[in-house]
Design a protein around this ligand. Structure first.
Ligand code: SF4
Length: 212
């Protein structure tokens, strides 16, 4: 897709959605990282509902270690995969204390070396907290960018690489947020609302659902 079309897509999405923000609630970089780890295969809403009470008592890696795995599980038991997520969060907190003096590393490779932190989590963290423009690819970004024809990819890592190389710099910071929100509310997985879609003319998806 050419640059002019990409700019038009993002201009239209920005006009419709506004300046996008993360829907995860957090108090500081550590609580944001914990929220993103918890959000893997879970909705932001379910994470916010669990962290509402958790973040009243936990604000740092030290607090998390003091709370311990057993009590952490009680706070997050409504979130999918909470057992393994709790284990990872405790391990991650210990590493932040032992290796990084209670702070979170900024470097991408150091971030993805933390338990429970993959490409997507590290990219979301860098984008939101460090203001480093990264495109984190979740299921919505993967689906929408392939339907639109921004990319033609088979997995999230390839999608991230391609999107980061073709999307003009000025959109990089908000690019994934806009695609996520478009995917969540309009370009839905099962029943895309193509009839109401502001970027339908630029979309290459062959199975458009224009009745909706
Ligand atoms: S036209 Fe349909 S498939 Fe294309 S981006 Fe819009 S909602 Fe998605």
């Amino acid at each position: 897709m050419d640059k002019a079309s990409i700019n038009t897509i993002y201009n239209k999405l920005r006009k419709e959605i506004g300046e996008p923000k993360t829907e995860l609630n957090y108090r500081n970089p550590f609580t944001f990282l914990v929220s993103v780890v918890l959000s893997a295969q879970a909705t932001d809403k379910s994470v916010n509902s669990a962290t509402k009470d958790l973040f009243k008592v936990v604000k740092s890696p030290k607090d998390m270690i003091e709370l311990g795995e057993k009590k952490l599980k009680k706070y997050i038991k409504t979130i999918g995969l909470y057992n393994s997520k709790a284990k990872n969060i405790i391990k991650l907190s210990k590493i932040l204390i032992d290796k990084y003096n209670n702070r979170i590393p900024k470097n991408f490779d150091s971030l993805i070396a933390l338990p429970g932190v993959g490409n997507k989590t590290a990219s979301v963290y860098q984008n939101e907290i460090l203001n480093i423009p990264r495109i984190a690819v979740d299921t919505h970004v993967f689906r929408v960018s392939n339907r639109l024809g921004l990319v033609k990819t088979k997995n999230p890592d390839a999608t991230q690489k391609e999107l980061e190389s073709i999307i003009p710099k000025k959109w990089l910071k908000s690019a994934h947020h806009l695609l996520i929100l478009h995917g969540r509310y309009t370009c839905k997985s099962q029943n895309p609302l193509c009839g109401k879609c502001s970027i339908i003319k630029l979309c290459n998806y062959k199975k458009k659902n224009e009745k909706n």
